[in-house]
Design a protein around this ligand. Sequence first.
Ligand SMILES: [Zn+2]
Length: 348
Amino acid sequence: MTAADIRRLPLSRTAPHDRTGTAAPAARTGGDAREEEGATSPVPGFTGPNLIPNRYRGVSVTPIPDGVPLTEEALREYLLGRDAYRRTRFVIARKHGDFAQVALLHVEHDMQGELFSPVTAVTMLARPDECAFVVDESVDTGIPSDLVRCAREKAPQARVAVIQGRYAHISFVLEPTALRVGVREVVPPEPAKLLDQATRILAVTENLPPMDLVGELTDLADLATRMPDAHYLLPCRGSGGEVPGATVSYLDEHPEKADWTLLGCERSRQIHEWFYGEDPPRVDFCPKRTLERDPPTDGMVLTKCCLQEEHVESGPGWVSVPWGASLEHIREALALLAAQEDPPWAPV
Ligand SMILES: [Zn+2]
């Protein structure tokens, strides 16, 4: 929001006492399911990382007149008693026409009643020296992962990044962090399919926590070095796999039986047995199998398995989608990982 929606109160109205110290959690608005479950906002008094407002409309950019310094005391005095729009919970205070210095505040007021109501409590969440203002029109500020990525890239030193993104919307993130999600799969195809799909889902999903997708990719040709051979059988030609210096056949073409080593998953082994009546020497490349010898330690893992056809599986710190996962499978999988975060992350 670029327009100020804190308005001057009629002079006859009296500002209430500051009751910041005993303030109840802020009222919640909107239709988010977690809100309807009665979760309480950690603001004010919020001390953890990753505070992101759940609606950009909850953020008001408020010009502060010359003569009012951007200190908690002065801003409290200035804002108390002023009318705030019903949805406003956070105020980004700035000087007129100047974003070089901004401060972030939480305000309380009656959010259930009239369109506007007087501010009854003000809490400074970040001083100007803790805030950075970033303009990046590639960022959708309603997408948590987008917001955090931008904050870490463009304002790595700031405790709070106030970001003006796409559509000129302004939002912020306080102490940005992202859940590391290792994406384990085999390449080619290139780009790595699961990583690419998950990246596209994150880019358009407003209700997933900030995530940092990190490819943990295994190259088919490297797998081949585990069992050196002159002839390899790969699952399908479409993926474009090659093994330098070796003959390569593709199981989906049902080639004439030869002496080869199968680079494939359990499902490929089953198909081989169906076609040829026997098991070949095999390097199992199922990415899900890596969870046994290399369980998630730093963050969580998204992977896939040849034996899953239409369902998503999950366990402690991991989730696995079908080999030919749809975008919807991947959305479900990322939500399952998010649900394992402790404490669970939610926008406030
Ligand atoms: Zn598998």
